[in-house]
Design a protein around this ligand. Structure first.
Ligand SMILES: [Zn+2]
Length: 307
């Protein structure tokens, strides 16, 4: 968590979960996040509709203040008001000032805050705070546990599978070998193209709804490895054919494949070369897989839970 966020959190006595700073101030539940280029402040509210009288009042408060506090954009809906700032020190200072002004103006406009349940709209006797996709909402205990169990049930239903992901990874790897195959015709260092095999295999796995499981960790390197060997084999066949064509020999493709295969089996140096090149291309493929790790962690953060 950024230092400026942490010190503001201490200043207003808020807590944090998953880098989301939250707490009740002046009767309103506010969550603040600062990352990925934007800083945002979300105030939990319960409004009957997006164009109700209260909603119009809130939009007016925000638009009057937008210039003074450098607000990038704002959104008001039935669940609350989201105000977005740039992720800079000066913008965060504006957010801090706006935090006090906004809550005070909401209070003056008599907008209901943390004392109302976000789910059923009834007054809360015992306050629970639930986190839904990085925004905090107030609930009574019954609604909080109901929302969380509903979310868990829907996650279980929509749980993506391993097998479609495996198919996606295979198709992705098939696309990923194209740069290696195409560039190997240009007589240049192409082993770095292994990176595309890793990237596309992983992309395919996720595109087809593959689950984050141990199977994914095992299958992606294996598929990348399997995709590299025929690609390199193809590049050897191509080079051999080029050499023969340069000497005006025309040899059938079956014959070339057969010869390259026998060279690999019988010639130690060629076998060593294939192994070395496979290892290098595979290292790049692993790099491709590792490069996208961060995104997976981000997806995990989107949860519904009681804090
Ligand atoms: Zn409720």
């Amino acid at each position: 968590m950024k230092f400026r966020v942490r010190s503001f959190m201490k200043e207003i006595g808020f807590k944090a979960v998953d880098d989301i700073v939250y707490g009740v101030h002046d009767g309103y539940l506010v969550s603040i996040t600062d990352g990925n280029g934007i800083t945002s402040m979300f105030v939990d509210l319960v409004l009957p509709s997006i164009d109700c009288e209260d909603s119009e009042k809130i939009k007016k408060i925000i638009s009057i203040n937008s210039k003074q506090y450098s607000i990038l954009r704002a959104e008001v809906n039935e669940t609350g008001a989201l105000i977005v700032f740039a992720s800079t020190v000066s913008s965060f200072n504006k957010l801090k000032d706006f935090f006090y002004t906004f809550l005070q103006q909401l209070r003056s406009a008599k907008i209901g805050g943390a004392s109302i349940c976000s789910n059923c709209g009834k007054p809360i006797s015992s306050l629970k705070i639930i986190s839904i996709y990085e925004h905090m909402h107030t609930c009574d205990p019954d609604c909080a546990s109901h929302l969380v169990s509903k979310h868990i049930a829907s996650r279980k239903r929509k749980r993506p599978n391993f097998l479609p992901g495996l198919l996606g990874a295979l198709l992705g790897a098939l696309v990923g070998v194209v740069p290696l195959i195409v560039l190997s015709r240009l007589d240049m260092f192409v082993l770095w193209c292994g990176i595309f095999i890793g990237l596309f295999a992983k992309g395919g796995y996720e595109l087809f709804g593959g689950r984050n499981c141990i199977g994914k960790i095992i299958c992606l390197p294996i598929i990348s490895f399997i995709a590299i060997i025929p690609s390199l084999f193809y590049s050897y066949c191509y080079s051999l054919n080029e050499i023969w064509l340069g000497k005006h020999y025309v040899v059938s493709y079956d014959k070339i494949v057969e010869l390259v295969y026998s060279y690999i089996i019988e010639s130690g140096p060629i076998r060593t070369m294939l192994l070395t090149e496979t290892v290098i291309a595979f290292s790049f493929a692993i790099l491709g897989l590792l490069l996208t790790m961060r995104f997976v962690r981000k997806i995990h953060k989107e949860e519904v839970f009681i804090v």
